[in-house]
Design a protein around this ligand. Structure first.
Ligand code: LMR
Length: 393
């Protein structure tokens, strides 16, 4: 049986971790997978997470099953973090999922339960796992224009033009903030224009929000979701606590489905329960228990806001730093888009050959699209990084 299988190439992002770990060079720099790092290059457990874990350790009396939708207080807290009061709660169903990826997978199954399975339009480019993950679940994923690789701007006109041609009722996947991989998000006015088309064409918005709080702030980063929620009858939102709570390996996410009315919402809840049961039965609890402990406590919530703001600020500072360093070391090249982008990522805009030379000759690791994780930059490595980039240009 297994002898007939052929090996698969390593995942573009995960494969790089293994290569980086094996590299003995002390000056090596990891700009690959999207995890936050401090100026010391660590991905720490947030202080507020440690505090919540201590409380859970003391107070938790059972590890009995919670059910297919996970912890209700966690779901309610995340629902309010995403939607605030933009839509009546009776139209929303939020379920806990194993990370943002688990949420996308459940959403894909939900779409496939509906009477006509619509393709899901994805930005060109999009997160490199969107296509295997949603495509592997059986969805067709046509692209809509997004990033101009020459000018390093969003192709707003081309994107809106394509959205206007999408057949009525089809689904469109958007990134709420910190677009992965480009780091360029539509301005609020562009979101308004997108929403007008979504309403006019009766499209189903499916919004992935893996980085709430990493761009402008928790509320600002939910602008597109809340603006659309007030105007469209139905919507899907996948969210993740991997980055903003630093709970990567605990796998904490949610899927929120907005239906036109309360009765449809109850049907959606039953479908989501069925889908979870048939894939993983129930989501893992520990990370969600941490998040609900934090969000139920004003003082912990305020500490979390502080830690999140620090991560956001460090990313902004590193953008400035690398952009200035590149300006010094490679004055003939324009890297101004590095500071126009927000969140963890941006494209460097260099060729596959240059990316390979950066890895082989300088120990600088970035994924093949030239996506850079800004969190891998530190005041200590920025000069070496800028010199290495300048050397391969
Ligand atoms: C990334 O894009 O690097 C992150 O979302 C981590 C992942 O799973 O790919």
């Amino acid at each position: 049986m297994f002898a007939s299988l052929s090996p698969r190439p390593a995942d573009a992002i995960l494969g790089l971790i293994a290569e980086y770990k094996k590299d003995p060079r002390p000056q090596k720099i990891d700009l690959g997978i999207g995890v936050y790092r401090t100026a010391d290059g660590e991905t720490p457990v947030l202080n507020v997470v440690k505090q919540a874990e201590r409380q859970i350790l003391e107070s938790q009396t059972s590890k009995a099953y919670l059910g297919t939708a996970g912890e209700p207080s966690f779901n309610a807290a995340i629902q309010s973090l995403i939607f605030a009061d933009s839509v009546s709660g009776e139209r929303l169903t939020t379920v806990q999922t194993p990370g943002g990826s688990g949420s996308l997978r459940v959403a894909a199954s939900l779409l496939q339960q509906s009477a006509t399975v619509s393709p899901v339009w994805v930005s060109d480019p999009t997160w490199s796992n969107h296509v295997p993950l949603l495509g592997g679940a059986g969805l067709e994923l046509p692209p809509y224009p997004y990033y101009d690789t020459e000018k390093h701007v969003i192709r707003v006109d081309a994107m809106l033009e394509t959205l206007r041609t999408i057949p009525k009722g089809e689904t469109v996947l958007f990134h709420a903030c910190c677009h992965n991989p480009s780091g360029l998000d539509p301005a609020d006015d562009t979101w308004r224009a997108i929403t007008d088309i979504v309403v006019e064409r009766e499209l189903l918005p499916f919004i992935d929000m893996a980085y709430q709080g990493f761009s402008r702030g928790l509320d600002e980063d939910a602008f597109a979701i809340r603006h659309m929620a007030e105007r469209v009858p139905e919507m899907l939102v996948s969210s993740s606590c991997s980055k903003n709570f630093g709970l990567y390996r605990d796998r904490v996410g949610t899927l929120s489905v907005m239906a036109a009315d309360a009765a449809t919402s109850a049907t959606v809840a039953s479908q989501l329960s069925f889908i979870a049961r048939t894939i993983y039965s129930m989501p893992p609890d520990h990370g969600a228990a941490i998040v609900s402990t934090i969000l139920a406590d004003d003082s912990l919530t305020s500490d979390w806001h502080g830690e999140l703001a620090d991560m956001r600020q460090r990313l902004r500072d590193m953008r400035e730093l690398i952009s200035n360093a590149l300006h010094d070391k490679a004055p003939d090249h324009d890297f101004s888009h590095l500071v126009r982008a927000t969140g963890m990522f941006c494209f460097l805009g260099i060729s596959g050959e240059q990316i390979a030379t950066l890895k082989n000759d300088y120990g600088v690791y970035l994924v093949g699209s030239s996506r850079v994780n800004i969190a891998g930059i530190t005041p200590a490595n920025v000069d070496y990084l800028a010199e290495s980039i300048a050397a391969v240009l």
